[in-house]
Design a protein around this ligand. Sequence first.
Ligand code: AMP
Length: 214
Amino acid sequence: MLLGAPGSGKGTQAEMITRHFGIPVTSPGAILRREKDLGTPLGIETAEITQRGDLVPDKIIVELIEDWLRLHGSHGFVFDGFPRTLPQAESLLSILTRLRTALDLAIWLEVSEETVRARISGRLQCRSCGFTTSVTSAKFAERSVCPYCDGPLVRRNDDDVSVLQTRLREFATKTQPLADFYGKMSILRRIDGNRDRETVFAEISRLIEDKVPA
Ligand code: AMP
């Protein structure tokens, strides 16, 4: 699983892991954005919360993850942005026990507040597939379409300076305690997420290769 502050690179690294290792990834944030775009009851119910930068109730998120794991989790999985609270982490352990599987790694992407602010203020995301890039990336500046699926590259509505304050506070109060939780399980690995995506990915790949049988 990938843990870290908003803008720490979880989504980017999750996507690189999937492309390189073929391990399926799930991200509650991406699921909720999709549900909102589709106008489903879940999307409508949670849109206001995500737009404010608050965390969605644990029960909703845990149900999403449990459903996803039953459908897609039998050959390994990567969580991007889950769990984000201690109750979510505890529920996940019971679900995994029921499904007779376990967690190998909790990767914590450490970033400075300066990195977070710079990334969030320039982030563009594909509305269709979730590919993330930056407005300063010359390659995409001319065409605001995704290089993978031709979907529209847009700014996320929670990537706003005032909403970011709330997201950072939620992270500090509710998600930070997970470092201790996974530290005690001896699966926590901290990575300097301030560096470019390829350097960070090379380090994550080494951690995964140590876990995945050749
Ligand atoms: P993300 O795309 O991971 O930055 O998530 C976007 C938003 O979705 C968050 O700010 C929360 O409102 C919501 N969200 C995503 N993952 C979770 C989670 N594990 N628990 C609660 N809310 C979540």
